[in-house]
Design a binder for this molecule. Structure first.
Ligand code: UD1
Ligand code: UDP
Length: 357
């Protein structure tokens, strides 16, 4: 098979790493970077760290409004797909790069394999929810991380081309998780005491772009009474500056605002934390896989099994609720393998071979 993989944002580089390895053992992969993320810390670093082959094409789309970004990607992807004539495309998750590639391929009649299909927040105000619904409905093969995702698709009338494979981030984690000594070194370098600090990431538009939500979250970091380490996403840095919150956070002696970190360091910092505080989808899963309790500063989550099992608390972007959840952190005893065994990549490739090969 000739497979054209489309990626563009940080979590997609991470998800593509294990799948690219599995695909390339028997098939030809053409790797396309849309250019949605472009800072070294948000893009190139992951290619090097995770030994992802250099993209065959970088569309250099960059930032913009949703329509500008998605439209520019579609125009360039269509040209490329016509030229490359792949047997199928692979897309991941729910970003604008995902939706653009899905729409372009669907209209050219090229089969689409959607990895991390069927996730739903049931909140259509999130751009990601729109992107995932579009991608799932035009996809040919849908690879689901959990039984809940399979159910969501069934409820929307999608039953064929649906496969439960486990979550590809479990594969990535298995490949790159540092050993205990390296984790200890990373924590020492950051002057962090194992089990005592909170690892924070915040980047969702609904939290960063609304002054009040970002103010509440910043207030929680200042008031939580723990050491905080917070690698700041470029969107978030811009909003913190715009709303006059950056100096307040930076001036707080217990808060370390740092540039985005590499993948292995992100795993190490999550694994050594007392708790993770985030609005990221990937972080909620990783915290679970690493057995670190999580507090989610959103009003809902797609990863509901982490909440039902007691490992994740959904607080919304509310200072007092976040602080209360961080004070009540407890480590549940049960830890079911919700996300599979880290062998999703091989399963996905085998399903693709059977369906398309
Ligand atoms: C995107 C995805 C989101 C995903 C996140 C992962 C969409 C709609 N959103 O959100 O689902 O969780 O990536 O991190 O696709 N910027 C830079 N440098 C970069 C990239 C972005 O400075 O390398 C800044 C720009 O000001 C840009 C802003 O961040 O306007 C937002 O970037 P964008 O890719 O549009 O959305 P994310 O918030 O990163
Ligand atoms: N991540 C990272 N460095 C950071 C923050 C996050 O490597 O500074 C990793 C994190 O470990 C996870 C992925 O990025 O694997 C999650 O991506 P992100 O939060 O950007 O997007 P989402 O998962 O919300 O779509």
């Amino acid at each position: 098979m000739k497979v054209l993989t489309v990626i563009g944002a940080r979590p997609q580089f991470i998800k593509a790493a294990p799948l690219s390895r599995a695909l390339r053992t028997r098939h030809r992969e053409v790797l396309v970077h849309t250019g949605q993320h472009y800072d070294h810390d948000m893009s190139r670093r992951f290619f090097r760290e995770m030994r992802i082959p250099a993209p065959d094409h970088n569309l250099g789309v960059g930032s913009g409004t949703h329509a500008q970004q998605t439209g520019a990607m579609m125009v360039r992807l269509e040209e490329l797909m016509v030229r490359e004539r792949p047997d199928a495309i692979v897309i991941f998750g729910d970003t604008n790069s995902t939706a653009a590639a899905a729409l372009s391929a669907a209209k050219l009649g090229i089969p689409i394999a959607h990895v991390e299909a069927g996730m739903r927040s049931f909140n259509r105000a999130m751009p990601e929810e729109v992107n995932r619904v579009v991608a799932d409905h035009v996809a040919t093969l849908r690879f689901c991380s959990t039984p809940a995702a399979v159910r969501h698709l069934r409820n929307e009338g999608i039953v064929s081309g649906v496969f439960l494979t486990g979550d590809i981030m479990a594969d990535a984690l298995r490949l790159l998780l540092p050993g205990p000594e390296r984790i200890a070194r990373i924590l020492r370098r950051r002057r962090l005491e194992p089990g005592h600090y909170v690892f924070v990431t915040i980047h969702r538009a609904e939290n960063t772009d609304r002054r009040e939500n970002l103010r509440q979250i910043a207030g929680a970091l200042i008031g939580c009474g723990r050491q905080v380490v917070f690698p700041v996403h470029p969107r978030t840095r811009g909003c913190l500056e715009r709303f006059g919150l950056l100096d307040r956070l930076a001036g707080s002696p217990d808060i370390a605002l740092i540039p985005p970190v590499g993948y292995a360091e992100s795993l190490a910092l999550q694994s050594g934390a007392h708790a993770v505080l985030t609005d990221s989808g990937g972080l909620q899963k990783e915290a679970y896989l690493l057995r670190t309790p999580c507090v989610t500063a959103r009003t809902e989550t797609e990863w509901t099994e982490t909440v039902a099992s007691g490992w994740n608390t959904v607080t919304g972007p509310r200072r007092d609720a976040i602080i209360a959840a961080l004070r009540r952190i407890a480590v549940p005893r049960r830890h079911p393998a919700f996300y599979g065994r880290g062998d999703a990549a091989g399963r996905i490739v085998r399903h693709m071979e059977r369906a398309l090969g």
